[in-house]
Design a protein around this ligand. Structure first.
Ligand code: SAH
Length: 379
């Protein structure tokens, strides 16, 4: 059996069985076989199309503030970075951003921000209630970091539906390398469990190529995500920020990120998996390649133009053009060029879709999609 055939067999088994032994996951991650990778992406793309058709869900991202009391070593808005011009959007501004998005057709708003003590549970719950009242048919997603269980419950009762909290790495020693001693992996995992228990559609994920990350760490992450079964899985490359301790570390690999997207699609056919901003920031065709590897969500930026540059988690973060809400027409054209369309529905996780997971299916009909041709078409 050739190496390509072996990798194809592993991708088939992953779809069929939902997981693989660690050494096989390692092979899928590490073997740089062009045809094997094409097959993996093709199978993942076909799996996504079976569940979602050629539709890509959009989420309007509002970066509500960059004040943060945490000091994550990778993050540009970490507390120790004295060069950040801090900002905090007021409730009215956030509502206006969402109103603009609503009129464009967005039915999910993602509120993301640093962990800001001023933005306490009371203020956050009030903000969520106001949004819930103003947009009864829209989904509200929060991405505001670690809170108490009571706070998560309060936000849920106020009308939040989804929560994004990447675990970043499932390996405790690696977690300790990326975070200050005041943060712990156990606490983050506890938060994730609680979010799910409360009833949130819960998202987790990792940065690919974060400093100190090994293939074994990634295998641990895959196994954790397999067991946790998040509704949403955010996978983006690590990108250095010049004012952090990791300023001189290399960025993560686009190809490895794409392989992980495909692996997660095969493991969780119904999961909501974004082609992340980090992927689009690192590579001009990153968004399209993410979708062609099995992603089914994009998150255009709805924040006010003047605050976008201040929410710099990493250098050269994309927030304009097809990464921006006002660039929706451009996004639509770029998606059309690879055979996809924007879906303006809420795009909730569909529990019923899970029933169809991991069924055996004839995969011989997968057309070899020529990524390069697709991408050259994009104007
Ligand atoms: N405070 C919130 C939101 C954090 S920003 C929280 O802790 O969940 C959202 C995500 O951006 C993080 O979870 C992290 O995975 C990603 N991120 C931060 N810095 C990054 C960097 N330098 N490169 C790539 N992704 C980064």
């Amino acid at each position: 059996m050739t190496e390509t055939d072996r990798l194809k067999g592993l991708a088939d088994r992953l779809l069929l069985e939902g997981t693989l032994p660690p050494e096989d996951l390692r092979s899928l991650l590490l073997h740089h076989d062009g045809q094997g990778a094409d097959y993996l992406h093709g199978l993942a793309r076909q799996t996504a199309r079976k569940h979602f058709g050629n539709r890509i869900f959009i989420r309007g991202l509002v970066e509500i503030g960059n004040c943060c009391h945490n000091d994550c070593l990778y993050c540009g808005i970490r507390r120790s970075n004295r060069h950040v011009e801090r900002y905090r959007l007021d409730r009215q501004t956030i509502l206006e951003c969402c109103r603009t998005g609503y009129e464009m057709g967005f039915r999910t708003f993602v509120l993301q921000g640093g962990e800001d003590p001023w933005m306490d549970d009371e203020r956050t719950a009030t903000l969520v209630s106001c949004l819930r009242q103003a947009f009864p048919d829209a989904a509200i997603t929060l991405s505001l970091g670690e809170k108490t269980v009571e706070a998560y419950r309060r936000f849920f009762e106020a009308g939040a539906n989804r929560y994004l909290l990447r675990h970043e790495t499932h390996n405790p020693a690696h977690y300790a390398l990326l975070h200050p001693a005041s943060m712990s992996l156990d606490h983050r995992l506890h938060c994730l469990e609680e979010l799910k228990r409360i009833g949130y559609q819960t998202g987790t994920g990792i940065m690919v190529g974060s400093p100190g990350q090994t293939a074994d760490h990634l295998v641990e992450d895959i196994r954790f995500i397999h067991d946790f079964r998040p509704h949403m899985i955010g996978i983006g490359p690590f990108i250095p920020h010049h004012d952090t301790p990791f300023a001189h570390e290399p960025a993560g690999s686009v190809e490895l990120t794409l392989r992980l997207i495909s692996i997660f699609r095969l493991m969780h056919p119904a999961a909501l998996i974004p082609a992340t901003t980090a992927l689009a920031s690192l590579s001009p065709d990153g968004r399209e390649r993410g979708i062609l590897a099995g992603a089914n969500v994009v998150m255009p930026n709805l924040s006010p133009l003047h605050s976008r540059a201040k929410y710099a988690l990493y250098d050269n973060k994309a927030s304009l053009g097809a990464e921006a809400a006002e660039g929706l027409a451009l996004l639509d054209r770029r998606l059309a060029a690879i055979g996809y369309r924007i879906d303006k529905g809420r795009g909730d996780y569909d529990n019923n879709r899970r029933a169809g997971c991991h069924t055996s299916e004839d995969t011989t009909g997968i057309e070899a999609h020529d990524l390069k041709t697709d991408i050259l078409c994009i104007k």
